[in-house]
Ligand binder design. Structure first.
Ligand SMILES: [Zn+2]
Ligand SMILES: [Zn+2]
Length: 326
């Protein structure tokens, strides 16, 4: 590899994924040039490959890396993670530090911005957050989904004496279960279909179930839906108590022939929940024991990207990580 080129996993306009040699990204004023050390393959990446967001370019949005070049010299040489939404800086939402709702935003590896499955990326300095030494690279690569999980706690006040159901044993469901356990929210029931995945959340305080029984009908004050499927939303409406709250994490695009009547009849509150901020997630990780690294199923060098994506598509793996040593 020449000094001014790098390897990158690129989704082309025909939705073919391939490893390419491309020029290093050019850093603009206010941006960091970051050398990526680890990146996580996320379900969103797998959806993008199937056509979601019609994205083309370098894939990937979950990473940890080292700042090589920046205007702020105190960042250079430091380990960072990066928030994925890049706002215009000027609008109603950006002025309130809610750049994830900026109508002119780009999103790392998802919309109008090359992602992190490459040796180097650029990202605005204000999107980058320093990592304390106590947080390993293996944990840091999960800061983005951890922040998304913590977003729930910032959106709703969960009453300590209430019960919660978490639907889905993918990365996000497991992280939410870890967060709730760390916060002492109980009782919790985690619904999923993979014993090996649910075993990662080792707390004896969590009840784990494969199937929804008739006794679970309208049993829960809070239901967190993180299955990624329409069926998960249906199940959530079945599980939640009248006047209860359903937090929806899955982006379900097709709700045709879906019966919304129970929401009205049972006066259910539905809360959509997406990205969270990184600084509180880093703090949370420093002060709570969240074994995020246990979710890493396999790690591959970028040269073995095909094996990595094959395994990321295998439902028995929770998380596949890419590394980038040269
Ligand atoms: Zn992701
Ligand atoms: Zn904006």
């Amino acid at each position: 590899m020449q000094a001014n080129t790098m390897k990158a996993i690129i989704l082309d306009h025909k939705n073919n994924l391939n490893l390419h040699h491309v020029p290093l990204p050019v850093r603009k004023t206010g941006e960091c040039l970051i050398k990526v050390s680890k990146a996580g393959i996320c379900n969103t990446d797998l959806e993008i490959i199937k056509g979601y967001m019609k994205f083309h370019g370098i894939l990937g949005h979950e990473f940890v890396g080292e700042v090589i070049c920046a205007d702020s010299t105190d960042l250079i040489g430091k380990r960072v993670v990066g928030e994925i939404n890049i706002g215009c800086g000027d609008c109603f939402w950006c002025k309130r530090d809610r750049k994830e709702h900026c109508p002119n935003r780009s999103v790392l590896g998802i919309f109008n911005k090359d992602g992190c499955f490459a040796h180097y990326i650029t990202l605005p300095e204000k999107n980058c957050f320093l990592l304390p030494d106590s947080i390993s690279d293996e944990q840091a690569v999960f800061i983005e989904p951890l922040a998304a999980g913590l977003r729930i706690i910032h959106q709703i006040d969960i009453h300590p004496e209430s019960n919660a159901a978490i639907l889905g044993d993918g990365k996000l469901g497991l992280i939410i279960a870890m967060i709730f356990t760390a916060l002492g929210i109980m009782p919790i029931t985690l619904f999923g279909h993979h014993k090996n995945k649910m075993d990662i959340v080792s707390s004896p305080l969590i009840k784990k179930q494969n199937n929804i029984d008739s006794v679970d009908h309208q049993k829960y004050d809070y239901v967190i839906e993180a299955t990624g499927s329409k069926k998960g939303f249906e199940d959530a409406l079945n599980l939640v108590k009248p006047e209860g709250i359903v937090v929806l994490k899955s982006t379900i695009s097709d709700l045709s022939d879906f019966n919304l009547a129970p929401i009205v009849i049972n006066e259910i509150t539905i809360i959509g929940s997406r990205c969270g901020h990184f600084q509180p997630a880093i703090k949370f990780l420093q002060t709570h024991n969240i074994p995020l690294e246990k979710m890493i199923s396999k790690t591959y060098h970028i040269d073995r990207w095909q094996d990595a994506f094959l395994n990321a598509n295998d439902g028995s793996n929770v998380k596949v990580i890419l590394t980038f040593e040269q």
